[in-house]
Design a protein around this ligand. Sequence first.
Ligand code: NAP
Length: 310
Amino acid sequence: MNNLNEFYDLIIAGGGPAGITAGIYAARARLKTVLLERGLPGGQIATTEFLENYPGFPEGLKSQEFIKKITMQASRFGLEIFTLSEMTYLKEAMGGFEVALGEKRYLSRAIILATGASPLRLNIPGEKELTGRGVSYCATCDGAFFKDKVVAVAGGGNAAIEEALFLTRFASKIFIIHRRDQLRADKILQEKIFKNGKVELILDSEIIKIFGESKVEGCVVRNKKSGHENRMAINGIFIYIGSIPNTNFLEDILKLDEKGYIITNDELQTSLPGVFAAGDVRKNKAKQVAIAVGEGALASISAQKYLEAI
Ligand code: NAP
């Protein structure tokens, strides 16, 4: 079914913090705007439990509460949010742009891409087969299934360490398996993890296999220095090794960097005038909710200026 009779001023693709903030600004500017989201609003932050470094909340804030609040705020100003299916293309059409989500087509005069990123996979034997059966990319969603169980967390960045800390509420033991001898995570998180009696760090090591009949029963870990392989009994594994930008449908139309992140100028305009990008999908210096929110606001202001000028 086509929606080509509807011509929006602005289409925002992606309902994470960047996209929703762009929507708040656009709705307040009274632009005819629709936000298209492939799943539920929230983006990657929905897979985490808690936000500790977002300004204004000295005690921290539950990620789900944050998503709920910004979505309500956008709706209060009249932002239309459609949760449909995957965006399959973006092209120039009828003096503006056409995007497709599943069967539906939408037209607009400007676009903000805030499609975020998806978790990277380890790509090792057993990972795909046991996903949803002990292999998880979302501690918030699945952590409670591991009460009094032994789990592993793969990765050494902020996400891995924060989510390992979250898992200490449920699991009896958490192994953090990291490929180097130093964690990448912020020092404040490292201090917390070093103090936690349930957590054991396995450094200089990589997980090379996950095994189990119908659910995860263990993994094989190889020490990168000695080459020694250790078969560990675990009930679950949470993989937090970074992410890849959701831009595969944009390769032919926009300038991307070698990793697939969208390249923009200072106004967050992409290589295609009228198309802007914000948040984790953009080539920027750091991935943070506070940064995504700021970029969402800036992309929206830039889109407004663009629309006034054409
Ligand atoms: P990240 O910072 O890129 O860290 C990824 C971790 O996974 C690194 O420790 C990396 O090892 C490891 N890794 C990457 N590929 C691997 C592979 N194939 N096998 C094994 N290990 C692998 O990713 P992230 O933790 O998901 O965070 C993404 C962004 O969000 C970052 O900018 C982060 O600061 C931000 N973030 C911030 C917060 C916060 O401020 N509270 C919370 C969550 C995320 P190396 O260290 O050796 O590269």
